[in-house]
Write a protein that binds this ligand. Structure first.
Ligand SMILES: *[C@@H]1O[C@H](CO)[C@@H](O)[C@H](O)[C@H]1NC(C)=O
Ligand SMILES: *[C@@H]1O[C@H](CO)[C@@H](O)[C@H](O)[C@H]1NC(C)=O
Ligand SMILES: *[C@@H]1O[C@H](CO)[C@@H](O)[C@H](O)[C@H]1NC(C)=O
Ligand SMILES: *[C@@H]1O[C@H](CO)[C@@H](O)[C@H](O)[C@H]1NC(C)=O
Ligand SMILES: *[C@@H]1O[C@H](CO)[C@@H](O)[C@H](O)[C@H]1NC(C)=O
Ligand SMILES: *[C@@H]1O[C@H](CO)[C@@H](O)[C@H](O)[C@H]1NC(C)=O
Length: 412
């Protein structure tokens, strides 16, 4: 038996039968405390009271030798020279039997994806030229452009990246006549300072990091079995359902949470050791609805908070003031206790000498990879992509010399 939505279904089925057997007053005595408990519980512990009363047979964890895992990476390769090696080490090589699916836009940074030559397994690679996505009426009603740098179009592009990855996965499945037991979905611009914990695999529950909730749920990483992942990753195709349910003016995180709600999928928050590397500037110190930018050298786990390489300007008591007291818990707040978080002043560009900071924080191998990308020429890039292509089952991308030429300045 699994915990989560099925426990609801179960209750609905069981309720009328039992109530025939038990006096209704007794039933009230049973159900009232449960109801009250549900009311006062924070939403992040959604369904926990019910869960606690049910036999616990769903055990977190994954047996890699028995269960197939798909790892889906989406997004632009902006700083992939910094994030790529950490993803290979802490995600791909930790789960060496997992199949990698990559869905990225074609741009001047896409050549950096050639670092994935070192991935243990490559199932499918898709690099595509982004096209405008139709802002249909349901989409315009359900979504809001507020706080989205590229408006509703930006949200739709992101949703399309995520759902595109799911389509790649199901297409590989139907061609191979099997299904993946688990799907791990995260971003190309994530810097991983530690490995993904096998405890993040929980049957029947979609697992996301805490914090960075922005009025919904953190959507920078998600781990789920196939069924919960279908609901979590169908970001475009579930919009009509959100529209029917009367959901309005949602940002990405709020739409994500609403999606799990309408599909009856339970979620759980678990910390994860990664941060999202950002080139953008944010006011410092962040106000109640500002964005904190973590130092990549923070002890972590950072659970997907924004980060950059910096000499931290705010540590210890400063963090407890700025983040603990200052930030709205349901917005940009992120876990800071145990000294996990140290903050950068991100009101300007990356500080001079950031390369040395990164090399020190990340260690010798990632530092070497960073330098390799800096030195990379078109020939080395093409060679790496050719090798990747020979190992991938599905290759849906412009020719390597175009990807490499666009980024490395020899246009073909
Ligand atoms: C249920 O199982 C999970 C995963 O093994 C465990 O972490 C949790 O403590 C268990 N809960 C109860 C109530 O036994
Ligand atoms: C995982 O599955 C394999 C194959 O069935 C089994 O030999 C192994 O003991 C399992 N490992 C764990 C940790 O359950
Ligand atoms: C799906 O991906 C796996 C892993 O790379 C590969 O072995 C398999 O051949 C792929 N199946 C199809 C039909 O592409
Ligand atoms: C966009 O939507 C409109 C109205 O639904 C439709 O007429 C048009 O063909 C669509 N365009 C594309 C590119 O799908
Ligand atoms: C797919 O797998 C199922 C169960 O393993 C099997 O019964 C079926 O014949 C397979 N179909 C094809 C087309 O190989
Ligand atoms: C702080 O660290 C302890 C010991 O590692 C751990 O049990 C606890 O969950 C941590 N608290 C937070 C908020 O991360």
């Amino acid at each position: 038996m699994t915990i989560g939505p099925r426990s609801n279904e179960r209750c609905n089925l069981v309720l009328p039968t039992i109530s025939k057997l038990i006096d209704w007053r007794l039933w009230l005595i049973l159900i009232l405390p449960l109801f009250l408990l549900t009311m006062v519980y924070p939403s992040s512990l959604y369904l926990s009271p019910l869960k606690a009363l049910l036999p616990n047979t769903s055990v977190a964890g994954v047996n890699q030798s028995q269960q197939r895992i798909a790892i889906c990476l989406v997004g632009g390769a902006r700083r992939f020279e910094l994030t790529g090696p950490s993803i290979i080490k802490n995600l791909l090589k930790e789960y060496p039997d997992a199949d990698l699916f990559l869905n990225s836009p074609m741009d001047r940074d896409a050549y950096k994806l050639s670092l994935l030559r070192d991935a243990p397994r490559i199932a499918a690679v898709r690099v595509f030229v982004p096209q405008p996505i139709n802002e249909t009426e349901p989409r315009a009603r359900v979504l809001t452009a507020r706080n989205s740098p590229n408006g509703i179009q930006g949200l739709l592009q992101y949703f399309n990246l995520v759902e595109g990855c799911l389509e790649m996965i199901t297409s590989n499945e139907s061609r191979g006549n099997f299904t993946y037991a688990w799907i791990v979905r995260t971003r190309v611009d994530g810097y991983w300072s530690g490995k993904l914990d096998p405890e993040a695999f929980v049957p029947g529950v979609y697992v996301v990091p805490p914090g960075s909730r922005y009025g919904g749920l953190n959507d920078r990483l998600g781990i789920g079995d196939r069924k919960t992942s279908m609901a979590a990753l169908s970001r475009l195709s579930l919009i009509p359902r959100l529209d029917q349910a009367g959901r309005r003016e949602l940002n990405s995180e709020a739409a994500f949470k609403a999606q799990l709600e309408v599909e009856g999928v339970a979620w759980q928050e678990k910390q994860a050791p990664f941060c999202v590397v950002t080139n953008r500037q944010y006011g410092f110190p962040p106000g109640r609805y500002g964005v904190p930018v973590a130092s990549m050298g923070s002890p972590g786990p950072l659970s997907g908070a924004k980060c950059r390489p910096c000499n931290a300007v705010c540590v210890g008591p400063c963090v407890s003031d700025v983040v603990g007291l200052g930030l709205d818990r349901d917005w940009s707040w992120t876990e800071w206790r145990n000294g996990s978080l140290e903050l950068c002043d991100a009101s300007g560009g990356w500080e001079s000498g950031w390369e040395a900071i990164f090399d020190r924080v990340a260690g010798p191998e990632p530092a070497e990879a960073r330098k390799r990308v800096k030195r990379m020429d078109v020939d080395a890039c093409v060679l790496a992509f050719d090798e990747m292509r020979s190992r991938a089952s599905i290759w849906d991308a412009p020719p390597p010399n175009q990807i490499c030429g666009l980024g490395l300045g020899r246009l073909i």
